[in-house]
Design a protein around this ligand. Structure first.
Ligand code: ATP
Ligand code: MG
Length: 398
């Protein structure tokens, strides 16, 4: 008797000492949420791995690429679970190697997590190796860097056998690091920044500034599509949308053109920070990368940073555009980000934005309009949409 299971390997969370239990539990909950559409039968811890079994035998293979994208997963294998006998795991090893795909060299890597099993791993390696050499007479055994490795892992009462596996995204399980508010446009960078924070265990709560009512609401749909493209492996439970068009118009009428973008940004940071407070989020996140555009110089970053009393994290600050684009392809947001939608970025833009703003000039422009009232008004107009994400807890209604 053997059945198919997915075996999840993790390393970073395995290093967390006393916290290990908590991290594993969060990872298990997140895997369950990511596989909500599957017939997951059981999820359990088994000697340093997480084991997932399904009622539908065809599902483990389809689940593999989804599991690989869940933060905290270092690797996931498509395994056979069988009896703890030489005959059973040797037969499974043949099948595992058959389904591996193309290879010319292989080796066996056996391991016993329970010493009550009589055969030492050295002998298991040899015995299973012999069976495989007979079954695959044209293939080579290679101890160093073989194309395929057949793992045979004997545990209490069972054996797991696998060759096929997928590399995971690594990182830490979402929910192990708390909430962050991310400023999410529909551009290329901020979805990547949002994903990076989620991969490090944070629960992103995106805030999007739309140009509505001065523009259409297209960018809002794109932002939703981006959140859905990251799901189900990345959980985002709530997205805030701020209709920013009228406020931008007001700013454009009273502030010097060159400082307008900085004024928009200061307002955005201030509104995002209020939402962070409401949500219990401990940092803001942006997709800025040093020098990429006019607003992303050190001077301009300083001019907006003073609005925030919580840390502003910029995971892409030292990345090149091409690296960000590669990542956007990998996480599946690039195509969406390339669709152009008018948002507040395209609205009331000056011809020559200031690239090295002096703080004194910034403060003068800032005091030319009732920024406090504007911030309050925008926070009051915030709208939100909710998505399936059990790891996210909404704030208590006031
Ligand atoms: P992106 O591709 O993320 O839009 P960008 O290179 O276009 O970035 P900017 O438009 O200068 O750069 O924006 C810098 C950062 O400000 C963005 O990464 C994002 O975090 C935030 N931001 C910009 N526009 C918006 C918006 N409409 N809503 C929310 N945040 C925004
Ligand atoms: Mg942008």
């Amino acid at each position: 008797m053997r059945d198919r299971v997915c075996l999840v390997h993790y390393h970073e969370i395995g290093l967390k000492g006393k916290n290990r239990n908590r991290f594993e539990r969060i990872l298990m909950d997140n895997l369950k949420a990511a596989l909500a559409a599957f017939s997951l039968e059981a999820i359990e811890r088994i000697s340093g791995h997480i084991l997932l079994s399904f009622t539908d035998e065809s599902e483990p293979e389809a689940a593999l690429p989804i599991i690989a994208k869940v933060p905290g997963v270092a690797r996931v294998s498509l395994a056979f679970r069988c009896e703890r006998s030489h005959e059973a795991y040797a037969a499974a090893a043949i099948e595992a190697l058959q389904e591996f795909g193309a290879f010319t060299s292989f080796k066996v890597s056996a391991k016993r997590s329970n010493t009550d099993y009589a055969i030492p791993s050295i002998d298991m390696n040899r015995q299973v190796g012999e069976v495989l050499c007979n079954a695959f007479p044209n293939k080579l055994v290679k101890m160093h860097k073989p194309d395929a490795t057949v793992h045979v892992h004997v545990v209490q009462g069972k054996a797991f056998v696998y060759a096929k596996s997928e590399r995971g995204v690594g990182g830490l399980p979402q929910g192990s690091a708390g909430k962050v508010v991310t400023l999410l446009s529909s551009g290329i960078d901020s979805p990547v920044a949002t994903w990076m924070m989620a991969r490090r265990g944070a629960i992103p709560v995106p805030v999007h500034f739309s140009g509505r009512p001065q523009t259409s609401d297209e960018s809002e749909y794109l932002v939703r599509d981006i959140v859905e493209a990251l799901a189900p492996a990345i959980q985002i439970g709530r997205v805030y949308v701020i209709p920013f068009g009228d406020a931008q118009r007001e700013i454009s009428l009273v502030c010097p053109g060159s400082l307008r973008v900085i004024m928009y940004r200061r307002i955005m940071y201030a509104v995002a920070e209020r939402i962070a407070r409401l949500e219990g989020a401990r940092a803001l996140v942006t997709g800025e990368s040093l020098g990429q555009v006019a607003s992303q110089t050190l001077e301009n970053i300083a001019a907006v940073d003073e609005m925030a009393s919580i840390p502003v994290l910029r995971p892409l600050i030292g990345s090149d555009k091409q690296e960000i684009i590669d990542r956007a392809h990998q996480i599946g947001t690039y195509e969406l980000s390339c669709q152009t939608a008018p948002d507040c970025c395209t609205l009331f833009m000056p011809r020559r934005p200031e690239t090295h703003a002096r703080l004194q000039a910034v403060h003068e422009a800032w005091n030319q309009f009732d920024h406090e009232a504007m911030i309050e008004d925008l926070v009051a107009r915030a709208e939100h949409s909710d998505f399936f994400a059990p790891v996210y807890r909404p704030p208590r209604e006031a």
